[in-house]
Design a protein around this ligand. Structure first.
Ligand SMILES: Nc1ncnc2c1ncn2[C@@H]1O[C@H](COP(=O)(O)OP(=O)(O)OP(=O)(O)O)[C@@H](O)[C@H]1O
Ligand SMILES: [Mg+2]
Length: 393
């Protein structure tokens, strides 16, 4: 990365060693003699390091103090006489580093490396904090099924971790507002829930929604369901719309663990979603209901968003995937193998299987599915590489 290296000296001081060392690293040193010019440069150039050796017009420490206050991001190196007293003064003046008058090549090289590391790091931080989630291709994804116990919650939390492992900022919204237990599946004990956020009333959008969510070690955040089932009546479709809107300000992906029962809240979740992952377990009643559900979504013009997930698929005695596709009228997007022991242990311990058992076939499928959702293809991509969503559906 190219940085702006400025050398300020109000005397005729040379900077040969610095110039030489920077040249070796394909960087150039800009010499500045007039203070006004230095300030002009700093006004326009970000990512700059300034090396100061001032004598006459301006006291170096005073200049350093002024610059460090005015440009807190600036990397400042003071060239000072060789004694500790001056080093201390330099630090007090806000210098990032010092170079002795009698510096040699090695010292110069070390200073440059240190400055580059600092500037690189700062640039990365800037990129992260400047990233406006609304400018990114975000996704709200609902996970649903027509019957309880189809595997929605365990799948949701594992998919959340897999997506987070791909470098995405992920949140889980527990859409099962009466009996939701997504937080429990991650062994989290929430202090606040969607209920506390709703209770804030009119002012809630001015509050930091993140402070109502609970964070898992993986980085995944959860907006938990109310702590008591009877509080569910407090949660309206409008609240759901608003909570999703607020979460979108922070997160790239919002996974909604829906309830099996169709309600206004659930319909709102589906309406707000870009994709609907519909789980079926391959038993005849469930497959039949899935068909009915798909038809209902069709009548609501939501069918385009639906992707069928065949959970608990079994090679030997399960329903033939082709039959499932035929009966539901949907193509299977991903099949998740039946691994009961693994899933049950993971739920019991509150430790997602993709985290503790990443090599198991089920974990691999969920990880592959995360990549597929991000890229639109089955290709395996390098971990933590920056990904943008494919628009292709
Ligand atoms: N891939 C799988 N392989 C084997 N068993 C599974 C799988 N997925 C889910 N299960 C079983 O289904 C049970 C229910 O899973 P989970 O709680 O995730 O479902 P749910 O749809 O969220 O249920 P609820 O309707 O109670 O919210 C698990 O305890 C596990 O026994
Ligand atoms: Mg559940």
């Amino acid at each position: 990365m190219q940085f702006n290296w400025l050398f300020y000296s109000d005397t005729n001081a040379q900077a040969d060693l610095l110039e030489e060392a920077l040249q070796k690293r394909d960087q150039a040193l800009k010499r500045v003699v007039y203070l006004e010019r230095l300030f002009d440069y700093l006004k326009t150039e970000s990512n700059a390091a300034v090396i100061i050796r001032a004598h006459t017009v301006y006291n170096a420490y005073q200049l350093c103090s002024e610059l460090s206050v005015k440009y807190p991001q600036l990397y400042i190196v003071l060239i000072i006489p060789d004694n500790m007293e001056n080093a201390r003064k330099a630090m007090q003046a806000g210098a990032s580093n010092t170079l002795r008058f009698s510096h040699d090549k090695d010292e110069v090289r070390d200073i440059i490396i240190h400055a580059e590391k600092y500037m690189n790091h700062r640039k990365q931080l800037e990129e992260i904090t400047e990233m406006d989630p609304s400018l990114l291709d975000q996704k709200v994804i609902s996970i649903c099924s027509t019957k309880g116990g189809a595997g929605r919650t365990s799948f949701t939390v594992n998919l959340a971790l897999a997506l987070s492992g791909e470098g995405q900022r992920v949140a889980v919204l527990d859409g099962d507002v009466q009996f939701g237990d997504a937080a429990m599946y991650l062994d989290l004990r929430p202090r606040k829930t969607i209920y506390e956020w709703i209770k804030e009333g009119e002012n809630r959008t001015e509050l930091d929604i993140d402070s109502f969510m609970t964070k898992h070690d993986s980085g995944v955040s959860v907006m938990p369901a109310p702590s008591r089932p009877e509080f569910f009546e407090m949660v309206t479709a409008d609240d759901i719309q608003l909570v999703i809107q607020e979460m979108k300000k922070i997160y790239q992906i919002i996974l909604i663990d829906n309830s099996a029962a169709i309600s206004e809240v659930q319909l709102q979740c589906l309406n707000e979603s870009d994709e609907i992952l519909l789980l079926t377990d391959g038993t005849l009643p469930c497959v039949r209901n899935t068909k009915l559900y798909a038809d209902t979504l069709d009548s609501m013009e939501l069918k385009e968003k639906v992707r069928l997930i065949h959970n608990r698929s079994r090679k030997k005695d399960g329903m033939d995937p082709k039959k499932i596709e035929e009966l539901t009228g949907l193509n299977i997007y991903v099949s998740l193998p039946d691994q009961q022991q693994l899933v049950e242990r993971s739920i019991e311990e509150g430790r997602p299987y993709v985290m503790d058992n990443p090599k198991k076939p089920l974990s691999k499928q969920v990880q592959g599915m995360a990549r597929k959702l991000l890229t639109g293809s089955d290709e395996v991509h390098k971990k933590n590489s920056k990904k943008l969503f494919s628009k292709a559906k």
